[in-house]
Design a protein around this ligand. Structure first.
Ligand code: GTP
Ligand code: MG
Length: 288
């Protein structure tokens, strides 16, 4: 399946972000920990070129800490500052500390003059990566609207909390996914609107990837003793295990597909990381 999703509101959003860039001291770049490499947007290259940037691995509750460590080392090797966060836990202390660290030069400059100023940041990332949730966690209050689908934030919104101003931005992708693996990973993590996808086909591709990388996750979640040969047959196994039947008793592939993807998105298949730095960080280098 060929995946593409770059609606007009994203072009507008990128323009808005570029216009507001001169107002900010740093960029907070939110990445989904399950697909770090795919969350790197080539259109953000310009945004972070001349600004200090903090790379935030969000949804850390959905991956193994040791896998994340490998990403942290890979980013550090390229001189990038990172922070871990679990936006939904409400604790984003690493993000606050990270923002202050990357903007330290500005803070010091003003401190020398006896003044205290807020660090102004722009929070960017692909749709559904948790930007608004992190902002709410930093503020300790639900100041921005969040939701478990892509494209929730549409306009810009400034939020202030002690010492930091945060600009929430709409999740953005880019015009053409050269690498359809990237597009698929973004779809699995819920960054691409379901209306533009064939969910059954997507779930088949996902099942094929899981069979290769995390077969035990499928076996244990759906109480299977072994995995079927083809992705469609695996989806059928999921349908059978979860009682997804269409009229006449045939497997309901669509329902099984949604269930499988939802199980992954909610972490019910276990802590699965789709991309490891071996492949991903190279992509990061090439695309920056
Ligand atoms: N498991 C888990 N879910 C999270 C985390 N952070 C955010 N979420 C969930 O991810 C979904 C998307 O969160 P948002 O904050 O709306 O994401 P966003 O990046 O602002 O999305 P757009 O505005 O659409 O670009 C919501 O259902 C959140 O509850 C996290 O650390 N762990
Ligand atoms: Mg949002």
């Amino acid at each position: 399946m060929y995946i593409q999703w770059f609606p007009g509101h994203m072009t507008k959003a990128i323009r808005m972000m570029e216009e507001n860039l001169r107002l900010v001291d740093a960029v907070v770049y939110v990445l989904d920990a399950r697909a770090v490499g795919s969350c790197i947007n080539p259109l953000f290259q310009k945004l972070i070129a001349g600004k200090p940037a903090l790379f935030v691995f969000n949804k850390c509750d959905l991956v193994e800490a040791r896998d994340l460590g490998a990403w942290e080392r890979a980013f550090a090797a390229e001189g990038r500052v990172t922070a871990r966060s679990v936006g939904i836990s409400g604790d984003c202390s690493e993000v606050v500390a990270g923002v202050k660290a990357v903007a330290a030069a500005k803070l010091d400059r003003f401190r020398e003059k006896g003044a205290t100023v807020n660090v102004r940041t722009m929070v960017v990332g692909v749709p559904n990566s948790g930007k608004s949730t992190i902002i709410n966690a930093v503020c300790g209050r639900a100041k921005t609207v969040t939701g478990d689908r892509p494209g929730v934030t549409r306009g810009k919104q400034w939020v202030s909390v002690d010492g930091i101003d945060l600009l929430d931005t709409p999740g953005t992708l880019w015009g053409k996914f050269e690498d359809q693996k990237v597009a698929h990973h973004l779809a699995y993590i819920g960054s691409i609107r379901e209306e533009v996808l064939d969910v059954a086909e997507l779930a088949c591709d996902f099942a094929a990837e899981l069979k290769e990388k995390y077969p035990e996750a499928l076996l244990s979640r759906y109480f299977l003793s072994e995995l079927a040969e083809t992705p469609a047959e695996i989806l059928e196994q999921v349908a059978q295990a979860r009682g997804c039947k269409a009229r006449g008793g045939a497997p309901d592939y669509d329902r099984a597909a949604r269930l499988l993807l939802d199980d992954f998105r909610k972490g019910r298949l276990g802590k699965l990381m789709l991309e490891k730095p071996e492949s991903g960080v190279l992509k990061f280098k090439n695309r920056q």
